[in-house]
Write a protein that binds this ligand. Sequence first.
Ligand code: ATP
Ligand code: MG
Length: 423
Amino acid sequence: MAVKALKGFKDVVPGDVETWQFIEGMARDILHRFGCAEIKTPILEKTKLFKRSIGETTDIVEKEMYTFADRNGSSLTMRPEGTASVLRAYIENGLYQAKPIQNIYTIGPMFRHERPQKGRLRQFHQISVEVLGTDLPRADAELMAMAALIIEELGLSVSLEINSLGCKKCRPGFNTALLDYLAGIEDLCEDCLRRRETNPLRVLDCKNEQCQAYYKDAPAILDHLCGDCDSHFNAVKSDLDRLDVAYRVNHFMVRGLDYYTRTTFELITGDLGAQSAVGAGGRYDGLVKQLGGPDVPGIGFGMGMERLALLLEQREEKIAPPGVDVFIAALGAKAQDMAFEMCHKLRSSGLFVAMDYQDRALKNQMKQADKAGADFVLILGEDELVKNVGILRNMQSRDQYDVSLGGDLAEWAISLVDMIDKL
Ligand code: ATP
Ligand code: MG
């Protein structure tokens, strides 16, 4: 029996890959407008990098990581998200020495051992962006505006939900208030009972309806922010207003990673069922230092490419692969030889060129040209060879032009490119 791919691991095949290329191209374009530089980091890291940053008592570290011992017995993990690896690289390569504020992004696969379903895979892909070196509220607003612009320019619409998780100073006070509130409640789900002991904030993220009913009246973190965090959050909101970026404050949003401080946000869609988050992120002041680097604040987000692709595929119009510029329809052995050389010369001159090597009838070759979405067909039949003049047909307008065939082939190719440019 044929060997199949792993469960939750998916091929992106021609026909679908064009959507991915569109997403990636658009994202890169916008990221560059915001001065983001690309970084590529390994997908395999020491396990302790993720334990230390994401946190031992998070879903990712507790149950989702692909962790294994390599042949030397070292514990390695396939990266489950982008930030930890990018910060490791930022510190290890001394990137902070180059510029006080840096915008860095990476695009690539992430790995989480979750139950595969629509919009949820075990190997998925993220556009992951970090702004390092500033804790100004303006950086938060700008980063969210950047994420929103990517979505908008892809032709999609999602809503932005924001929250503040406070800082080392105010979070403990909120934790105490939350624990007091949770103290009497016994019929929480198993996960929540456990989280109440290990990581109380995380209970608010529970999807269980019975738990959610209790949490509706739970204390709100926004009521427990210290003065600094409160004015930071207010400034973020007014800068979002200034940029006309719509948002909704959701004080239940706590995010699944321990490193977040202050601003957190999610980009939510109603069109993907349970997998409603297209992107998410937040501020992580203190994380660079915690990972052994200088005390540099930062904020970032990760956007899921599978979910973006699903949203784009739900639209009626498919993103088509690029069409052929010139299809050469050659009839007879001599014309075939000539066309074979022409193809290569035209490709060297920058055109997307195709031909049929099987010397089928003209009607058949015209059909192939049509199917390939050719803009032009160059017809080389026996008559044309005798006259040394080919026929160039504009497939849309049906206009036909004479193309002289003599002389040096490289020069001929350049003049054909010129001619097509002008048509
Ligand atoms: P979810 O609540 O859907 O599990 P998350 O909070 O775990 O999301 P993050 O860690 O914040 O997600 O990752 C950012 C983005 O990456 C998500 O908004 C989503 O678009 C995408 N993502 C996360 N996990 C997966 C997955 N298993 N498959 C596909 N995309 C994913
Ligand atoms: Mg998750």
